[in-house]
Design a protein around this ligand. Sequence first.
Ligand code: NIG
Ligand code: FE
Length: 421
Amino acid sequence: MKFLLVNAGQLVTMTGPSGPRTGAEMGKVGMFRGGSVLVGDGKILAAGLSDFVATHPDADKARILDIGGRVVMPGFVDSHAHPVFAEPRLKDFELRTRGKGYEDIAKAGGGILSSVDKVRGAGDPQLLDNLLRAAARFIECGTTTLEAKSGYGLDVENELKLLRTIQRASKVTALELVPTFLGAHALPAEFKGDPHGYLRRVCEEMLPAVAKEGLAKFADVFCDRGYFSEPQAEQVLRAALDHGLKPKIHAEQLSRSGGAAVAAKVGAVSADHLDHAEPDDLAKLKAANVIAALVPAANYFLGLGRYPSGRKLIDAGLAVALATDFNPGTSPCWNMQFVLSLACTQLGMTPEEALCAATINGAHALGLGATHGSIEPGKQADLIVLDMEDYREACYWFGGNQVSMVMKRGGIVHSDREYRA
Ligand code: NIG
Ligand code: FE
């Protein structure tokens, strides 16, 4: 099926250099007023000014979709999420409304380990159903590619159960899921006081099993106070590299953990959170070309009242990506539009930088920059129509959903109206 989208009031292509965008490049969205996009066989065939796209030999074979002056842009690429879990953590939430902090709640029997208990007790159908329901919400809100971490199993059987759920869901949902193994998310109760024993399990049993079944593209570690130390994180990520998994890291979230330095040392694709990163950390990340993935919805939900400075990171020359961090403990948010709002109101980013971070730089943070994240001939046809006249409105209105249509791999997977010529 071929589609010709015509009459886009603004076509935001995000065309630009082939690598992750930094500095002034993050401010350029490659916008055409009065644009068209031709898609076929799941790919973008042509995009740009309508008269130009109309000259493509396949243009007259396509079904025309009149976008009615709305905004067309690439689908969101959400590069950090923990979307497979059994239940929301409502008890933690309530404790927090009564003034308890994230680490206090974890010590009191809530936190990551309470999600681990629930996952271990959950059957495959429940986990699959939860993931598919979340996937539908992501799609409606314009996300076309989502990272999916494990990390609530913390033993061989349950980590594999989570990753196999992601694999199964990928065959059903239109949302593209990029799997990440996060066995080093927390120390499970049965290894209390024995982090070395647990990490041996992660490196010698879980990683080989995950690699053997081809269940993950990335490996991640929660490097922080009370979780895993700098040398422990390095050990896991080096073992991951040995098994062909690319490193990512939760770094400097609760404290200055040394995670950014580890990211630079092992050549991580991204270092995520970075709330407590210092100038020295930023210099290391920059020198090693590590993408900084910011997840401000977690700061919002934890009521921290402070945010990592997107502005400082961009000014330090880093490629910044934005993500939801969707998870049951710190960020039950599937809407990248809310993250755009936070980026512009709390992180000091411009709308153009925020949109770049939520699309093409997110794609790079998942190793997909060559095929995803922008509307360019040859790339996968993942795009969204926003019910607005000006792309800056995507960052301006907040708390709702302005996505009118979603196209994934060239097919319409969500639409709030019939788009006809
Ligand atoms: O990204 N920081 C570690 N992991 C998650 C939280 C997971 C949870 O609380 O369940 C995060 O914020
Ligand atoms: Fe996270």
